[in-house]
Design a protein around this ligand. Structure first.
Ligand code: ZN
Length: 104
């Protein structure tokens, strides 16, 4: 019998969650004892990806993301989407500055 690889788990520390996350049912009832690797398919390219236990711990406890937040993009698409967002922001900044100049 072929055994499925056991998903890695990491102990969770919900006390490190954001204030918003602490208002969740998961926190109130202490449902989250550990994080486990979550497999998913990238919404954009369809590649199978893993939101690892360690990435979850970092997202919820270090970056204080909301606890219900999950991933829909693979690492490559995520990076690309961040790049596009940064370019848009830079573009918007330039546009606002040029607008200010013409209004003055
Ligand atoms: Zn992708």
């Amino acid at each position: 019998m072929k055994k499925m690889p056991k998903p890695r788990t990491i102990a969770a520390n919900p006390d490190a969650w954001s204030a918003e996350s602490k208002q969740s049912v998961a926190f109130e009832h202490r449902l989250t004892k550990e994080y486990a690797d979550i497999g998913y398919r990238c919404w954009r390219c369809g590649r199978p990806s893993i939101f690892t236990a360690e990435e979850q711990r970092c997202a919820y406890e270090v970056k204080k993301a909301y606890i219900a937040q999950t991933r829909i993009l693979c690492a490559a698409c995520w990076r690309e989407s961040n790049d596009i967002a940064a370019q848009l922001e830079a573009c918007e900044k330039r546009w606002k500055q040029s607008k200010k100049r013409t209004e003055a």
